[in-house]
Design a protein around this ligand. Structure first.
Ligand SMILES: Nc1nc2c(ncn2[C@@H]2O[C@H](COP(=O)(O)OP(=O)(O)OP(=O)(O)O)[C@@H](O)[C@H]2O)c(=O)[nH]1
Ligand SMILES: [Zn+2]
Length: 296
């Protein structure tokens, strides 16, 4: 019997494909997971056991950083957030919802503005102005289609797992297909898989891109912020968190507390008014424990 460690890079019809130092091993999950109500996911770091007959089993799931999206991907370190300029309309509120969700899930976000080709220059420069704020507070921003295609593979570091996110219709699949095509061309792989189109079971895969992986899933298009703890929400607004070191009170919620740095920066126009407005709306949403009707 042999033990090995690896990353689950594929899930198909109950089989888990695990990439190990010795290559990809197709495994089954041990029944013990069902008893514990655990389910291995693509992205999981796992231990596998290969018995004397050559059968391979997934026997242990290492602690996860996170497990997000539908279908689920584990240990997502980065997300490429696709936000459309139009169809659906550009929305800072939506952008903030995604960013706060990812910040909470310990996922680093990069922003890509899609469909910039469909709006006029005035509108585009207005959007770019808003996005410049996000760049300033630490989120990489792309607004050019060719740029993002070239740069994303370069940004994916060793063993990182990236996934796509964005509203329905934002352009996730379009971008994913281009990135996949480029990846296949770069590695000389043939993209016509035997399985293609035949099976109806859901297949989830990570494909190699840059020095890590990109999840071959549509990514997710809606998010629920209600599980976030109300008094922790402000920590996920990265610039509030930074400013809060200068707030007079520890644990300041930046509401009506005296000596609040966030409110000061807001009044000086250094914190974007829409960010603060979205913060308040999210607080209401979390307190009430439900997503507002118009966001569903
Ligand atoms: N003009 C233009 N059209 C785009 C761009 N990106 C995507 N589209 C089009 O927008 C439509 C929706 O794109 P998809 O890639 O299917 O969007 P999605 O985010 O995967 O949508 P869901 O699968 O519903 O989550 C398609 O008709 C695309 O051809 C873009 O940058 N410019
Ligand atoms: Zn404060």
């Amino acid at each position: 019997m042999k033990l090995a460690q690896g990353t689950v890079i594929g899930l198909i019809a109950g089989y888990y494909d695990v990439e190990t130092a010795a290559g990809i091993v197709r495994t089954r999950a041990r029944g013990v997971f069902r008893q514990k109500k655990q389910k291995p996911a693509v992205g999981d770091r796992v231990e596998i056991q290969i018995d004397d007959k050559g059968m391979s089993y997934l026997v242990k799931i290492m602690p996860r950083l996170n497990r997000i999206g539908r279908p689920a991907v584990a240990n997502v370190s980065h997300v490429l957030l696709v936000i459309s300029a139009v169809e659906p309309d550009f929305s800072l509120e939506l952008l903030d919802r995604f960013l706060i969700f990812f910040s909470w899930q310990k996922v680093k976000a990069t922003i890509y503005l899609s469909k910039a080709d469909l709006i006029d220059d005035d509108k585009l420069s207005e959007i770019k102005k808003s996005l410049a704020y996000y760049q300033e507070i630490g989120y990489p921003v792309f607004t050019d289609y060719h740029d993002v295609q070239i740069k994303i593979p370069e940004l994916i570091g060793k063993d990182q797992i990236w996934t796509l996110a964005g509203q329905s219709g934002a352009g996730k699949s379009t971008l994913l297909n281009h990135l996949k095509e480029d990846a296949h061309q770069a590695t000389g792989e043939i993209s016509t898989s035997l399985n293609r189109g035949k099976h109806t079971t859901r297949k989830v895969e990570l494909f190699k891109l840059g020095e890590g992986f990109l999840a071959d899933t549509p990514g997710f298009s809606s998010i629920d912020l209600t599980p976030i703890k109300l008094n922790e929400l402000c920590n996920y607004f990265v610039e509030f968190k930074r400013a809060s070191q200068k707030c007079k009170f520890r644990g300041c919620q930046h509401l009506k507390e005296p000596g609040c740095e966030v409110k000061k920066l807001l009044e000086e126009g250094k914190i974007l008014a829409s960010r603060y407005k979205d913060y308040l709306a999210m607080r209401t949403e979390i307190s009430e424990g439900r997503i507002p009707e118009y966001l569903k």
